[in-house]
Design a protein around this ligand. Structure first.
Ligand code: ZN
Length: 176
């Protein structure tokens, strides 16, 4: 397993529609393993393939937050929403591609998703709580959408400027 570098917003690859996966092969299994390792290392609760520069419809998540609980890694390939609740939920969201920036986003409180698993089988499950928020946030990544796209233009610009500054600073440190 390899920890892959996470792209930081703004990056054109984070704004693109990702391509479906045709078959679950060795490349996809390696990608999923690397994405889980990268997510746990960060640490984060979700990571989408475009965040590591792979423009395919794959995301991983594990929203178990209790320190001593067993991990529950999930890999969702070609995920689709098949149902959303009318009830909404507001969570303070963050993103590994937008480090240390958080904002409240309102989304359906529960969603049902269908996806292709690493076993090559179709799966369908209903998510609630943080799992529902995370699944929708990650699915958005596969459609080139970030959580800051739900915010007003001023807040979004402010966060984008901070990220541009962060990227300049990181580039300088890398050169030094
Ligand atoms: Zn994200």
């Amino acid at each position: 397993m390899t920890i892959r570098p996470i792209l930081i917003h703004p990056d054109p690859r984070l704004k693109k529609l990702c391509e479906p996966v045709a078959t679950v092969d060795a490349d996809i299994r390696r990608l999923a393993d690397d994405m889980l390792a990268t997510m746990y290392d960060a640490p984060g609760v979700g990571l989408a393939a475009p965040q590591v520069g792979v423009m395919r419809r794959v995301f991983v998540m594990d929203c178990v937050k209790e320190k001593d609980a067993a991990p529950a890694p999930m890999v969702l390939i070609n995920p689709e929403i098949t149902w959303t609740s009318e009830d909404l939920n507001t969570y303070e969201e963050g993103c590994l591609s937008i480090p240390e920036q958080y904002a409240e986003v309102t989304r359906p409180a529960e969603v049902r998703m269908r996806w292709l698993g690493l076993d090559g089988q179709m799966h369908e499950e209903q998510f609630d709580g943080l799992w529902a928020t995370c699944a929708q946030h990650e699915l958005d990544h596969l459609n080139g959408k970030l959580f800051i796209d739900y915010l007003g233009p001023l807040k979004r610009q402010m966060i984008t400027r901070k990220m541009e500054k962060l990227k300049r600073e990181r580039a300088r440190t890398a050169q030094a």
